[in-house]
Design a binder for this molecule. Sequence first.
Ligand SMILES: C[S@@+](CC[C@H](N)C(=O)[O-])C[C@H]1O[C@@H](n2cnc3c(N)ncnc32)[C@H](O)[C@@H]1O
Length: 203
Amino acid sequence: MNIGGQIFAHFYDRIFERTERAGLTDMRRELLSYATGDVLEIGAGTGLNLSLYPKAIETLTLAEPEGPMLKQLSRKVDGSVLQVVEAPAEELPFSVETFDTVVSTLVLCTVNDPARALSEIRRVLRPGGNLLFLEHVRGEGSIVKWQDRLNGINQVVGHGCNCNRDTLASIRAAGFTVLRVSNDKLPKAPAHLRPLIWGIAQA
Ligand SMILES: C[S@@+](CC[C@H](N)C(=O)[O-])C[C@H]1O[C@@H](n2cnc3c(N)ncnc32)[C@H](O)[C@@H]1O
């Protein structure tokens, strides 16, 4: 059993508490207000989005590959969730065109293969379906060199998290049409983790 993964999952909500209170929860809520129909959330983690989904969605499916995270998640899951599956975003165990919305919050920084994960997301989305994303990303200007320098240590501390990915470029390269994107900052985060994007990309 991976002890780093257990510690990360155990303390995850506490690590994010100040950031959530300082504005991340509000961003999550606004992003999720665009969720419609059958919804899949990838890398659902400890379930910080769960209470923020609009009541009007049809179904909610959660995917998460890490056992310790799944354990934390199971404590928050209630009858509003259709199913929880143990799966990485690169290998989603669903048929083509199963969902109207896929949600990814702070996940594409950590997946092993962003291009493959995005291709899977496209595959399971119905035509015209939306990817709702909220991701910390590669910044601009002088911060970039620090993001590149710190990425190795960030992966260790952040349990596989990369701080220097150009995720918007990856979303476009995967064939999505970006309908809306906001450039923001991850509140109360160190400078190399601060550049944040959130928005909607259509399959
Ligand atoms: C920083 S946490 C974000 C958790 C949650 N989405 C949130 O917004 O709080 C990153 C999550 O991605 C998950 N993850 C790691 N590798 C993944 C993969 N290949 N596919 C999907 N999720 C992955 C981790 O287990 C963890 O739950």
